[in-house]
Design a binder for this molecule. Sequence first.
Ligand code: ZN
Length: 315
Amino acid sequence: MDATTAPILLHGHQAQGLYDLVLDHLGKLLCEAPMGAHKPCGQCPACHMMAANNHPDLRLLMPQAVAIDLGFPLELKSSAKPSNDIRIDDVRELQNYFTMASSRGADRYVVIYPFDAMNTNTANALLKTLEEPPHGLRFILVGSRLDNLLPTIRSRCQALPVLQPSISECVDWLQTQGVASPDVALSVAMDDPFEARKLALHQPDQLELRRKLLEWLANPDQHAAVPAGLEKAGLAAVLELSMRLCHDCTHIAQGLKADYFAWLAPKLLWAKKVPIQQWSLLYTALQREFRLAHHPINPRLALEFVGQQWQTLNQ
Ligand SMILES: [Zn+2]
């Protein structure tokens, strides 16, 4: 296998952004307009097929749940839950495609997204094809969690790491997307700009809940009473945001800058009065709880736990 046919492994913090980038690029490669265009012409048969998601020389290998999220029509048995894994059946369905000739006379592509959704069986089923791709078949693997990829797959790919944009670049971009208070949106989306845009434009209630959670924790007089409805923020968000806020408070207590929620820093000056060991204890307690976050804990109870932990700071 030479470097020009090796599967490309594109990895970085914002996997969805990389996926968009790859599809954009493939749109240009597959466009059949005369050379020289910097973007797909939008007029040729290939561009029409791309727009309709049925270009015969491009296949997407992704979990059903991701396909649904991206708006692809998917036929599921009414009782079946969409899979979060790329299943071995999904790979089997592509076996014919792997060996087929190009429909439009150029290279054919398979995009695997996100590559960390391949389970061991799926990865093993693809191994041979990735090692020796049939002539003209190019694989592009896109994702963020390189550690979750089998080393055998990783070693067959040409890895292209993509650096994360800076916070200020993300904030500027969110502004161009029409997001109000982009710094707040980005911070409550754990610095993921796509998530921030989604929250701000499509789930403003969720964004507001997360902001409310942080405002609640930032006010030491309120820790005893969990505001009504806050559990709708979801367990994982509650714990991750409270850990990030705890991190910021620890910094402020040491006379440093807040890393995550600079917009909330003026309300966190009280953090300086709390001994630094107390902050460490709180962080450890939240971390312990965070490890359980994917188990079915009642979110309301978890919030009460978070509130109680923050209350201990002032005792
Ligand atoms: Zn075109």
